[in-house]
Design a protein around this ligand. Structure first.
Ligand SMILES: [Zn+2]
Length: 237
């Protein structure tokens, strides 16, 4: 896709391509590394940012800074805990905090850097699940039931160990895999494993990127013509 922008070096409107560069900026004395989006002039090779891109890049840097160095707000912590349907006490136990620690944080006490990291990691359902597996015996049966039935917790089961792939997929692609898994009565993990082990991730990506989907068809995510998946599903012809 070719775009045209005014190149500051050529001082003329040129064809440009969108590029992404890793950049480091200092915010409040800390180095923050982030991906900056900019244009590259296809004529002179100059890379430049439009005012809109500059704003977006600053915002991206600020986001990285907040993620790395700022304590989560009480509201964010309440929201995180709510995703797992956990009581303050149970949530604290799972993360390895004291009984009253989460209550303190939700009332404005600032977590130290270790606990801040644990809270950050707990946003990832797969990691939360790992913490839960270690500490769930410390909480009551009712709390376990509530947590295990939360959507966030259950998503850890579905995509466990597949974080990198899951994050590389769009919502639509994920939905298709889920649907596929359901119609073959396989787990998400089994479904994805089949595709990943059958070929490279690129092959897998292109399969999900160009699905020949029609309702009730077995060709969602179907392997290339002639290939047969290990579990014996025939490619739709
Ligand atoms: Zn130029």
């Amino acid at each position: 896709m070719t775009e045209k922008q005014s190149c500051p070096t050529c001082e003329s409107v040129r064809d440009v391509e969108l590029t992404e560069q890793e950049e480091t900026v200092a915010i409040k004395g800390r180095d923050v590394r982030f991906k900056a989006r900019m244009y590259r002039c296809t004529t002179c090779g100059e890379e430049f940012e439009t005012p809109e891109q500059l704003d977006m890049n600053l915002e991206a840097a600020r986001e990285v800074y907040a993620r790395l160095f700022e304590a989560p707000s009480p509201e964010q912590l309440v929201a995180l805990r709510a995703r797992y349907n956990a009581s303050q006490k149970a949530f604290g136990m799972i993360l390895g905090f004291g009984e009253l620690t989460v209550n303190g944080y939700e009332h404005g006490a600032e977590p130290d850097s270790t606990n801040r990291l644990l809270l950050k990691l707990a946003e990832n359902p797969a990691i939360f699940k790992a913490m839960y597996d270690i500490n769930s015996s410390r909480i009551g049966a009712l709390q376990r039931q509530r947590i295990e039935s939360s959507d966030a917790f259950r998503s850890s089961e579905s995509w466990k160990g597949l974080e990198a792939i899951a994050s590389a997929l769009t919502q639509v692609q994920r939905a298709k895999i889920e649907e596929c898994a359901e119609c073959y009565s396989m787990t998400i993990l089994e479904t994805v494993r089949e595709y990943v082990s059958a070929g490279s991730f690129e092959d897998y990506s292109s399969l999900v990127m160009h699905p020949t989907y029609s309702s009730g068809s077995v060709s969602i995510l179907a392997p290339k013509a002639g290939q047969t998946l290990a579990m014996g599903i025939q490619a739709a012809s």
